[in-house]
Ligand binder design. Structure first.
Ligand SMILES: Nc1nc2c(ncn2[C@@H]2O[C@H](COP(=O)(O)OP(=O)(O)OP(=O)(O)O)[C@@H](O)[C@H]2O)c(=O)[nH]1
Ligand SMILES: [Mg+2]
Length: 331
């Protein structure tokens, strides 16, 4: 089988060469009609520019693994009969939101913060003038024309620094991916075993970005399970949604296990605003649910019971999201 092998690893730091298209060459042509002699060479079209655009797909940078030399098309040359050459299409490179785009030479950096946000990286060259534009009263048969200008070229470093507003964390199998999928259009893999999610995935709730983080277990900070390498993805999120499964024998212990791992990784993670949810609330009866909520209360944790099968509970989560969204907009 040919084609691209699947890249299992998340590409989050890559250097590529980017070249915008050159402007097309201006034409030299003359009218063949004996009654109206004169220059008719059209101008060249503009070269394609290169833009980056923010997308939700965290794996978007992997396209550059096999394609490190990116070039937009050149503008077409001018033609006779005063026809200008066509401009080349711009090239749009999809990068995950949260990508820092740096010029390796000048050190200049810009960050792609929003889905659909487009930033110009390399400008296409302007097309050259054809001889029609060189005509004058003193020069009625100009042979002059211009070459198109070259497109900009640069080396770009693309560095992914996740910028989700909310990180969804918890032990494996707590229902993190299911919740992300319910709240957004994301299709994060869901299954009834631990470590279904191997890479973080993103979803957008009306512009608010949620990150589903692979499950954490005791000892993650020492490298157990998937380890903690993904925690760096929530270093920049402001808010955590911490899910504890209602199926758990000891929800308070589950809560503390995850908090301990966060703390071992970086104390700052424990200072973020945290909303705690007792997930899969439909899997236990009301009495058991109350007991588990009470157990969490004993360690000063107010947990909201939720289930993907309970529409009302999801509405409550959405209310929280709406509130966060309103506050984010006011910042
Ligand atoms: N009954 C019930 N089952 C749920 C609920 N949410 C998730 N599940 C199930 O629980 C299992 C685990 O769900 P996931 O969403 O994959 O859990 P996760 O926390 O993302 O798991 P990892 O990626 O392994 O860390 C799946 O079989 C889901 O169908 C819920 O609210 N109620
Ligand atoms: Mg998952």
């Amino acid at each position: 089988m040919t084609g691209f092998p699947r890249i299992a690893m998340l590409i989050d730091d890559i250097v590529i060469k980017v070249r915008a298209g050159n402007g097309g060459k201006g034409a030299v042509a003359f009218n063949k009609n004996m009654r109206s002699l004169g220059p008719t060479g059209g101008s060249g079209g503009k070269g394609g520019s290169v833009y980056v655009e923010g997308v939700l797909d965290l794996n978007a940078l992997s396209q550059f693994w096999y394609r490190k030399d990116i070039k937009a098309k050149n503008g077409e040359g001018g033609k006779d009969q005063c026809n200008d050459g066509a401009g080349a299409e711009d090239l749009i490179l999809n990068v995950p939101v949260g990508t820092v785009v740096g010029n390796t030479e000048s050190g200049e950096k810009v960050e792609v913060l929003k889905i659909g946000e487009r930033i110009l990286i390399a400008k296409g060259g302007v097309g050259g003038k054809g001889n029609f534009l060189f005509r004058s009263s003193t020069n009625t048969t100009p042979k002059e024309f211009q070459e198109g200008l070259p497109g900009e070229q640069l080396m770009l470093r693309l560095e992914l620094k996740l910028i989700a507003s909310i990180g969804i964390i918890g032990l494996p199998n707590a229902g993190k991916s299911s919740l992300l999928n319910e709240l957004t259009k994301a299709r994060s893999k869901v299954a009834s075993y631990a470590f279904t999610t191997l890479e973080p995935s993103l979803g957008a709730y009306y512009g608010l970005i949620l990150a589903d983080i692979p499950g954490l277990i005791e000892g993650a900070s020492l490298g157990k399970g998937l380890g903690i390498k993904f925690l760096r993805h929530i270093e920049r999120t402001k808010i955590l949604f911490h899910l504890i499964s209602a199926e758990s024998e000891d929800p308070a212990r589950d809560y503390q296990t995850v908090r301990k791992e966060l703390e071992s990784y970086n104390k700052e993670l424990t200072q973020k605003t945290e909303y705690v949810f007792l997930s899969k609330s439909d899997t236990v009866n009301t009495r058991e649910l109350q007991e588990k909520i009470a157990a969490l209360k004993e360690i000063q944790i107010h947990a909201l019971p939720i289930s993907i099968h309970d529409w009302n509970s999801l509405e409550e989560v959405k209310e929280i999201l709406n509130k966060i969204k309103a506050e984010t907009l006011n910042e």
